[in-house]
Design a protein around this ligand. Structure first.
Ligand SMILES: [Zn+2]
Length: 454
């Protein structure tokens, strides 16, 4: 039994509690009591939150950070840069990069990641000797970093409506949905890893194959994710091909509802919003702003009954506080009004592990995994915060750099702002330099191509 004493802790509701004693046995919380004295327990100073969830990640996109801004460009030129990185990865390089990226997530207080994984095969689409070598590298990388992962194995079969994969996209494709299903069925979870499915987008999986992926997930009770309406061009191409919006098409083929999570959901009709009630929505605000995607209707979706979660997607930054506050702040910019979401709702989105298949996580209560994230109140950003409004201070002013201690399933992986086993900055530098030796992507210029999502 380990006893922690939190100076302040968020136990749900709209205020933090003070003096919270948290008892942990093995990987679970067994008791929580408020208003207690420290009494020899391990002290966690500042505001203690449940583990944060990163519901949408493509680990390799981290290599592009800061390298795609020069010269402006579009989503589609950014995608060419991203493909240039994808081309260079093999299982060893991917494990090295991903363990550093997941290490960066751990430092930011993220205890579970949903990895939307589509880079399956070797050059030209030739499978590795172990067909799931890339997925296994990601599962191992999460173990190295000490966080949980849901590997959302992604079906990707087409470059656009009726067009075959080309270039590096061949590495994403299994050829047909049955071959995807067979390969994905061979993936094995672990105590820190669960397996889910993903439809890359309505563009990348032909309509007649959507149900194969949806049924695979349903039969296993596994999460099913999809990129949805990130770009207007995707909506237009879907309407032209099928006479339906992407949300209508996914609904028709059983890919919405319980256990399903739609990523972005930026350009929706009112009917789409109503249809998405009961389906989780992953807002990826820092990626959406980075790629000039637009602002999704977060309040309308939440009002329709869609649970929100957050994801750092392309890893323009990895900062769950920034993702959470952006949901409210983007609505303010659009509406010229404040007060769409309160701090507790935003924290609820940032701690939504259910959307990636860990419904038991994300709360400080008996029975939950022992995930504790201590946010320092000593930095210049939070100095002077008052106990009554600590949640607001954390959500609207903290950054990932304010996370001091992180415990995942009872194991401390970040102590005083340092990862316990990984020199994260050094490993990021080394693995990115190995991938992009002396080269800054940004030269690509393939504007105006339809389809695609981050
Ligand atoms: Zn994405």
């Amino acid at each position: 039994m380990t006893r922690y004493w939190a100076e302040h802790a968020w136990l749900g509701g709209d205020r933090a509690a003070s003096g919270v004693l948290i008892e942990v046995r093995g990987d679970r919380i067994v008791a929580v009591a408020r208003g207690e004295a420290r009494d020899g327990a391990i002290e966690l100073r500042g505001l203690v939150l449940p583990g944060l969830a990163n519901a949408h990640s493509h680990a390799f996109h981290r290599a592009l950070r800061g390298r795609t801004h020069r010269g402006g460009g579009t989503f589609w030129t950014w995608r060419e840069d991203m493909y240039a990185v994808a081309e260079r990865l093999d299982p060893d390089a991917y494990r090295a990069l991903a363990r550093a990226v997941f290490g960066e997530m751990a430092l930011a207080g993220i205890t579970s990641v949903g990895e939307f994984h589509y880079l399956h095969h070797g050059a030209g689409g030739t499978p590795y000797g172990e067909p799931n070598a890339m997925g296994a590298a990601l599962i191992d990388a999460a173990a190295d970093a000490g966080i949980r992962i849901t590997l959302l194995d992604t079906c990707y079969l087409a470059s656009g409506f009726g067009t075959a994969p080309e270039g590096v996209q061949e590495r994403f494709s299994d050829g047909d949905a049955e071959a995807w299903s067979e390969r994905a069925s061979a993936l094995r979870g672990a105590p820190h890893a669960r397996i889910g499915a993903a439809i890359h987008s309505v563009r990348a999986v032909p309509a007649g194959r959507l149900a194969t992926v949806a049924d695979w997930a349903r039969e296993r009770g596994a999460p099913l994710h999809a990129h949805l309406s990130e770009q207007r061009a995707e909506n237009e191409a879907c309407l032209a091909a099928h006479g339906r919006t992407p949300a209508e098409l996914l609904d028709e083929h059983g890919a919405l509802g319980e256990r399903c999570c739609m990523v972005h959901a930026t350009h929706l009709t009112d009917a789409d919003v109503a249809r998405l009630g009961g389906t989780a929505i992953c807002m990826c605000a820092t990626t959406e702003r980075d790629l000039a995607d637009g602002i999704g209707p977060a309040r309308a979706l939440a009002d329709a009954g869609a649970p929100l979660c957050t994801g750092s997607d392309s890893h323009a930054v990895i900062d769950p506080f920034e993702e959470a506050r952006a949901i409210e702040l983007d609505e303010r910019l659009r509406s010229e009004r404040r007060g769409h979401f309160d701090a507790a709702e935003l924290l609820g989105a940032a701690t939504n592990h259910a959307a990636i298949g860990w419904p038991e996580a994300g709360r400080i209560e008996p029975g939950a995994p022992a995930d504790l994230v201590a946010v320092s109140l000593d930095s210049v950003r939070l100095a002077g915060a008052e106990p009554d409004t600590l949640l607001e201070s954390a959500v609207f002013a903290a950054t990932a750099a304010d996370v001091r201690d992180v415990i995942v399933s009872g194991r401390q992986i970040v102590r005083d702002g340092r990862h316990a086993t990984i020199d994260v900055a050094a490993e990021l530098r080394a693995s990115i330099a190995a991938l992009l030796p002396g080269r800054a992507p940004g030269a690509a210029a393939a504007a105006g191509r339809a389809g695609g999502a981050t």
